[in-house]
Design a protein around this ligand. Sequence first.
Ligand SMILES: Nc1ncnc2c1ncn2[C@@H]1O[C@H](COP(=O)(O)OP(=O)(O)OP(=O)(O)O)[C@@H](O)[C@H]1O
Ligand SMILES: [Mg+2]
Length: 339
Amino acid sequence: MIRGNVLAIETSCDETAAAVIHGRDIRSSVVASQATLHAPYGGVVPEVAARHHLGTVNAVVDRALADAGIGFDDVEAIAVTQRPGLIGALLVGVATAKSLAYARGLPLISVDHIMGHIAAVWLAPLSVDPPFVSLIASGGHTRLDLVRDLGSPELLGQTIDDAAGEALDKGARMLGLEYPGGPALERLSASGRRDAHEFPIALGGADTRDFSFAGVKTSLRYRIQDLGDPDDATRADLAASYQEAIVRPLADRLVDAAREHGVQTVAIGGGVAANGRLRELVEEGAERHGLAVALPDRSLCTDNAAMIGAAAQFTPMTPWPDYLAVDAMPTAPPGGIAA
Ligand SMILES: Nc1ncnc2c1ncn2[C@@H]1O[C@H](COP(=O)(O)OP(=O)(O)OP(=O)(O)O)[C@@H](O)[C@H]1O
Ligand SMILES: [Mg+2]
């Protein structure tokens, strides 16, 4: 374990983030979101994201240090998201981290973004230690891992098509909601009935830990078409029913996987883990089976650098100056997230 302060940087998508971590403690966590910048396009524009990171990253790092009340002399290692993500966006963070680390003679830790989402629950105040089963549901990933060691989670299942966040975002768009769709869909769902419309729960009958969301998405498209121009109450019913069809299998398979593997704790992470209905279903399922449940603060579910500092504790460190050849990678290496 790194004893001193770790400065972590995250720029894999549309959040420019930096944090200072000391052991399990978050000393500072700064997230500058580009969401309003991309909203008019209905999704993240990679080139715009990369350029904006470039203009923002130094100020975000300075702010993280200032909020933690430290300077570079007090930093022991620099961690950065190296994969997976938008290549241009990742490059900005990696180049920044390499430059700062090289200039200060510090080691560098190249972190996998998904390892970061999984490790978020290790941070205080949750301070969860393995073993636990982790559900990560985000914009690009949906997966279940058995975590016996935070350095090498074991994949139990994953989506075979869309990620849960992607399905929520696309559904929100079909219902005329603004980007980012997940939170907007959750707001609209609040006034709808989740049993108003029946949507297919994919792979529901099969004994699997995998997920599929393409079918439910197509089903929503046809339902909206059949209804013509749905009024506000009908749209709210559609939103609530659609959200339920996506988050229920996430919660069910998480709890089933923990029971199957005899693990006493379930944890969630990734942007979709900020969803109130998912959190409620995971809590209910865990309580029904006497499991402990780790629900990270919503700010630790969506992209942030604190989680990258957490995963850095379980990722091999590259000493100064051996990391000069380290490069960003848009996808995880073959075989998944293991470094
Ligand atoms: N309250 C919410 N309810 C449902 N979905 C949400 C909520 N808040 C955020 N999301 C969804 O979370 C996703 C973003 O999560 P995150 O920031 O972790 O994704 P990402 O970093 O783009 O993808 P990945 O982590 O797979 O690389 C989006 O699809 C967004 O709609
Ligand atoms: Mg993410």
